[in-house]
Design a protein around this ligand. Structure first.
Ligand SMILES: [Zn+2]
Length: 187
């Protein structure tokens, strides 16, 4: 399989529709699989004026825990762009539905954790996902709190995201990331 086909397969396996897999590594001794992801959409929707901008300011990697896969813990390294809105002259980092706000975890991991914790206890769920109990506890209560007040906010975010279409051709920055020659400082 060539590299593009392999990335396409991994992207579809991981099934986070906002992101594309650009790299994967496996740390066997630690039973950890790591995926590096970039957003499919290369523009940002300004949270202040709802305008669309492609003026990218800088790129930061966020480490995010995801559901375990094949007996390995899964860690995502998500390359997130900070944009500058020319209309408001403000900087912002777009939100993604798959990434839990304020937690270094995916929404789907938190949903499973909450399900397990709801039936048993948080420490069992923490052991199952291989995370510290304190971390799992924080995630769990934040998750419940967000769910409690979320329906309106989630609907608004989904409506805003529906205006953005994935770009079909990636720009030069993504291509350099794919070849592994990009770095946080350079992109
Ligand atoms: Zn704006």
């Amino acid at each position: 399989m060539d590299a593009d086909a392999e990335r396409a397969t991994l992207t579809s396996l991981l099934d986070l529709e906002e992101f594309e897999v650009v790299e994967t590594t496996r740390d066997r001794p630690n039973q950890l699989r790591r995926f590096t992801l970039v957003p499919k959409v290369a523009v940002g929707l300004c949270p202040h004026c709802q305008g669309v901008t492609d003026e990218r300011h800088l790129c930061r990697d966020r480490q995010v825990a995801d559901l375990p896969m094949g007996g390995c813990r899964t860690e995502l390294v998500v390359r997130l762009w900070q944009f500058r809105c020319p209309a408001c002259d403000k900087f912002f980092t777009p939100r993604f539905a798959a990434l839990a706000e304020g937690s270094h975890a995916t929404e789907r991991l938190l949903a499973r954790l909450a399900e397990l914790a709801g039936r048993g206890d948080v420490s069992t769920a923490a052991r199952f996902f291989g995370v510290a109990e304190k971390t799992a506890e924080g995630w769990y209560y934040d998750f419940l709190e967000r769910k409690r007040k979320a329906p309106a906010a989630a609907a608004a975010a989904a409506a805003a995201a529906a205006h953005l279409q994935p770009v079909r051709s990636l720009g030069i920055d993504e291509l350099s990331l794919k070849k592994g020659i990009g770095s946080s400082a350079a992109c």
